[in-house]
Design a protein around this ligand. Structure first.
Ligand code: APR
Length: 280
């Protein structure tokens, strides 16, 4: 009889096969990329989900395009719309989600090689992910400066302005610049650490992409920076980017808090994840 024809297709990964490799220390360096989808259950709408996403809700403002509200050129002449929505997006008393807690658990188990987040809400760090393991690729709310002369601006005055929905203006004499939080607007460059931190990606043995539509560069390119044959897991409401196109890919489609619970159960971390989330 003829010898069996070797099958070329590699066995498809499942969440359980990935979990088994983590449990047996065959996977120890996980790169994660997150987006707005991991904070929606904390109460911060994402950007592009139809109807509930921020960009659909901005339609009444008749902006040149929804994304203008985060464009530096639009902000420089019309900062008012940004401050009209800032209050709802500027978390002061939000609790991290189960998805944030899952990231903190990865870090606690020394499995988080590095986390790239596109979110500016800082909830990953609030959940317990060490700051040195995070790059806020689009900046965050922690500081603010004049959009014209770059002078610093006091935190308490910024919080007051955001709560009131007012535009804060520069305190420097003869400068009339509007104050802008240190978030990366369209038309601005990313933090310079980005180029340095992406060098960590080829060292990883697993990538997890969570809660992002992979529509905005350069973060959307991260999905293609893994070493050859390294598995990628998507935990997202919808398919995005080229996730799912490679043999080693696993897609957990649906709510990300449910997706991370399924992943944690497969890892035997179900109770640990809930306990960690309870205490954040
Ligand atoms: N569970 C799983 N997926 C979710 C959930 C949820 N609860 N909520 C939303 N999603 C998914 C959406 O289906 C979408 O694929 O998360 C993704 C969110 O995509 P976007 O709204 O485009 O947000 P993001 O990818 O983070 O946007 C990137 O665009 O506007 C700029 O600078 C802004 O950082 C932002 C960047």
């Amino acid at each position: 009889s003829n010898p069996p024809i070797p099958t070329t297709a590699k066995p498809k990964n499942t969440i359980q096969s990935i979990a088994d490799r983590i449990k047996t220390n065959q996977i120890t360096r996980i790169i994660v990329l997150t987006g707005a989808g991991i904070s929606t259950s904390a109460g911060i709408p994402d950007f592009r989900t139809p109807k509930t996403g921020l960009y659909d809700r901005l339609a009444p403002l008749k902006l040149p395009s929804p994304e203008s509200i985060f464009h530096i050129s639009y902000f420089s002449h019309s900062p008012e719309p940004f401050y009209a929505i800032a209050q709802a997006r500027h978390p002061t008393t939000l609790k991290p989600t189960l998805s944030h807690a899952f990231l903190a658990l990865l870090a606690k188990k020394n499995l988080l090689h590095f986390l790239f987040t596109q979110n500016i809400d800082g909830l990953e760090e609030d959940a317990g992910v060490p700051a040195e393991k995070i790059l806020w690729t689009h900046g965050n709310w922690k500081d603010q400066h004049c959009s014209k002369c770059k002078s610093a601006y006091p935190d308490n005055m910024m919080r007051k302005a955001i709560r009131a929905g007012d535009v804060p203006y520069c305190l420097a004499p003869k400068c009339d610049g509007a104050i802008k939080p240190d978030v990366v607007f369209f038309g601005e460059s990313l933090p310079e650490e980005f180029d340095e931190k992406v060098k960590l990606i080829p060292e990883a043995d697993l990538m997890i992409v969570m809660g992002t539509s992979l529509r905005v560069a350069p973060c959307s390119g991260i999905q293609r920076m893994m070493g050859p044959g390294v598995p990628r897991v998507l935990i997202n409401m919808e398919r995005c980017g080229d996730m799912g196109s490679q043999d080693g890919d696993v897609c957990i489609l649906g709510d990300c808090d449910e997706g991370v619970s399924e992943f944690a159960e497969a890892l035997g971390w179900g109770d640990e994840l809930k306990a960690l989330w309870e205490e954040v």
